[in-house]
Design a protein around this ligand. Structure first.
Ligand code: UD1
Length: 418
């Protein structure tokens, strides 16, 4: 398995382009089987989650081709097949296939989804929404079996604004009879991207990005070309890297409103932020001040996917930070590794008390999940001495060429195979 070898202590300078959003591309790929016509998604990141999703589409009989940085899906020959391979266990987003496969074939069978081990991640809200649309669901030996003679529009109120449940209900209702209204829907920008994509295919979806999404069922959907939004989490990871290491970088491609919660926090860290259209400039002296309090929340609150990286930042900051993780139960697996690097962090339930120590020292650490792996990489970049970050397969799920982009900014990081 690959690992990073990182020599810490270098400032970062230069420009970095942001990849397309992982969480958008994955749901768009799931949506591509809603039509028999060809769908092209441009500028697709080369990450293992995307490759796994493509494999799932191929298992259904779709033709999936990567060319010129994009992917084309033709699912004319796709058939009603059980999605019960090992792939669904590796990829949480495979659960989106339920909505789109049900719309296409009125039947879906999928093994219980996996993904990062960051807590229970139940799918009760997905199933609740699907049932409201007329789907009969059954959980059998780790499989979810769904059948729908017909899909009928409904009013669906979510108890919690789950991103995946909102997206799945949209996918299951685009061709349902009548109107579906989702209230307390998730407001993440990736849902807006899904709406734009579906509308380009001929769907009638409105309200995404607010807490009420309205889907008027249509009879047919057709093929399209689409360029997804950029990855606000990848962008945030680079901004936090600069805040920790010091220097001056420009992160290109991300809209300010998609990353506003992080920008507020980085100002508290005494970083200087300047924005021109979709270019975010950050300057840091490499001696950040702690955030007093960070609490992860559904969008537009502080994203859970940047929590681990902010743990690293506060570990090297001046002062103390109380960080509360509200979304996932076990999302502190990076903490014991940061402690190996000299961090002073105490975790109780979902709250971490991080006392900044100024500087961490190099160590061999292991990434246990995607964002935790990114957090350890940042910690190593800012630490004194050499570190090894093991188990890059987690990082490779969501970052396309992380080490190449960091090297281009002046970091001393290289990938070696075991
Ligand atoms: C998506 C993102 C993930 C991000 C998360 C929160 C994708 C592929 N992944 O994950 O990167 O961290 O949003 O912003 O887009 N829950 C239930 N029942 C359900 C569904 C969710 O209790 O049926 C709970 C989860 O356990 C969790 C919380 O709701 O505690 C948030 O989950 P959700 O918003 O659904 O996240 P995902 O769609 O899994």
């Amino acid at each position: 398995m690959d690992k990073f070898i990182i020599e810490g202590g270098n400032r970062l300078y230069g420009n970095v382009q942001t990849q397309s959003a992982k969480n958008s591309v994955l749901v768009l790929l799931a949506a591509s089987v809603l039509t028999e016509e060809r769908v092209t998604i441009e500028n697709v990141p080369h990450i293992s989650d995307v490759l796994h999703m493509s494999e799932i589409l191929r298992k259904l009989g779709a033709d999936v081709r990567f060319a010129d940085g994009g992917v084309t899906v033709s699912s004319e020959r796709a058939e009603e097949r059980d999605i019960s391979s090992h792939l669904t266990r590796e990829l949480r987003s495979s659960v989106f296939m339920l909505g789109s496969v049900l719309t296409r074939f009125k039947h879906a069978c999928i093994s219980y989804p996996g993904g990062c081990d960051i807590g229970l991640r139940p799918i009760d809200l997905h199933l609740f929404g699907l049932k409201k649309l007329g789907v009969r669901t059954e959980e059998r030996d780790g499989y979810i079996v769904c059948n729908a003679e017909k899909l009928e529009g409904e009013n669906i109120h979510l108890d919690f604004p789950s991103v995946g449940a909102t997206e799945n209900i949209i996918l299951a209702s685009v061709k349902a009879r009548g109107e579906t209204v989702i209230t307390n829907a998730a407001k993440e920008p990736e849902i807006r991207d899904l709406q734009d994509f579906l509308n380009r295919m001929g769907a009638k979806v409105r309200g995404a990005g607010t807490d009420t999404v309205v889907i008027e069922g249509v009879k047919e959907l057709h093929g399209t070309h689409f360029t997804p939004m950029r990855d606000r989490i990848e962008a945030g990871t680079f901004l936090i890297a600069c805040a920790m290491c010091g220097g001056e970088i420009c992160v290109e491609g991300v809209r300010r409103q998609n990353i506003a919660a992080l920008l507020n926090k980085l100002s508290e860290n005494t970083c200087k932020i300047h924005i021109e259209n979709d270019k975010i400039y950050i300057r840091s002296n490499g001696k950040p001040r702690s955030n007093r309090h960070i609490e992860t929340l559904p969008f537009p609150g502080f994203p859970t996917d940047l929590q681990a990286q902010m743990t690293s930042l506060n570990a090297v900051a001046d002062g103390a930070c109380i960080l509360t993780e509200n979304l996932f139960e076990t999302r502190f697996k990076h903490v014991p590794e940061l402690i190996r690097m000299g961090a002073d962090i105490t975790v109780k339930d979902r709250t971490a008390l991080i006392r900044g120590v100024g500087r961490l020292h190099g160590a061999t650490v292991s990434s246990e999940d995607l964002r935790g792996g990114a957090a350890l990489t940042l910690a190593a970049l800012a630490a004194s001495g050499t570190s090894e970050v093991l188990h890059l397969s987690h990082i490779d799920r969501g970052y396309d060429g992380l080490e190449k982009k960091l090297s281009a900014l002046g970091a001393k990081i290289r990938r070696v195979g075991d």
